[in-house]
Design a protein. Structure first.
Length: 238
């Protein structure tokens, strides 16, 4: 089975040694990896450079959220490493505009706006004092991401169709819709409140699928990754 570049595996492991061991176990079944905050807080960018040197793509999930100038400078620093293909920021106008400015025209680095975390429900949004329902909040953030000239959004598979429709109406067929919370039918949902299968996410318009624990917690991570790729291929053939 050949790796599908639309499948992204998060390396949510506690240290670099265990992460490198996992990459070795997965082998050629995955070509795109996500590095999250736990590893980024230590030597995640060094790992990112190593993965890039090995021909992989890297998604650095920083979820930047600060004043505009800080986000601009952080984006410039991350871009300068040459070790990042996707970079996340929170989908708020000032943050998005600063990140786009910070990459200084380097379109290799795709800026993704995080809409609503996939662990959150409508009740959670009410507790956070948001005055919008989930769908309305996602729509606003997709439109703000488009207005800022960013490259795509991170949204649950349940909002992927909405994001795809809005971006198509805006004349952006290249707009990325990256969906975490992808769980094949044989895997547990864990803490993902708005999960979906690979076929469901692709049918909704996702450009990339993020699936972690079904792969990294499997007895045979390479076989698990290949099983997800096979599900994706079945959807393409349908």
């Amino acid at each position: 089975m050949t790796a599908d570049p639309r499948l992204i595996c998060p390396l949510d492991l506690p240290d670099r040694a265990s992460t490198e061991a996992m990459v070795e176990r997965i082998g050629d079944a995955i070509s795109f990896y996500k590095i999250g905050l736990e590893l980024l807080a230590t030597d995640g960018m060094a790992l990112a450079r190593e993965l890039k040197a090995d021909g992989r793509q890297v998604f650095t999930d920083w979820k930047l959220h600060d004043i505009g100038e800080t986000v601009r400078r952080a984006t410039a620093a991350i871009t300068a490493t040459g070790a990042c293909d996707f970079l996340t920021v929170h989908a708020e106008p000032q943050v998005l505009a600063a990140a786009v400015k910070g990459r200084d025209g380097d379109r290799q680095v795709k800026i993704l706006g995080v809409t609503v975390l996939t662990s959150l429900t409508e009740d959670d949004l009410a507790d956070l004092s948001y005055g919008l329902k989930l769908d309305a909040l996602v729509e606003r953030r997709v439109r703000q991401t488009l207005d800022a000239g960013a490259d795509g959004v991170v949204a649950s598979p349940h909002e992927a169709a909405q994001a795809r429709r809005i971006s198509a109406e805006a004349g952006r067929p290249d707009f990325l819709v990256v969906t975490p919370g992808v769980r094949p039918s044989w895997a547990a949902k864990n803490d993902q409140a708005r999960a979906a299968t690979p076929a469901q996410a692709l049918a909704a318009g996702a450009s990339h699928l993020v699936s972690g624990r079904p792969i990294t917690h499997a007895a045979d991570p390479r076989a698990a990754a290949n099983a997800i790729v096979a599900e994706m291929a079945e959807r393409a053939a349908a």
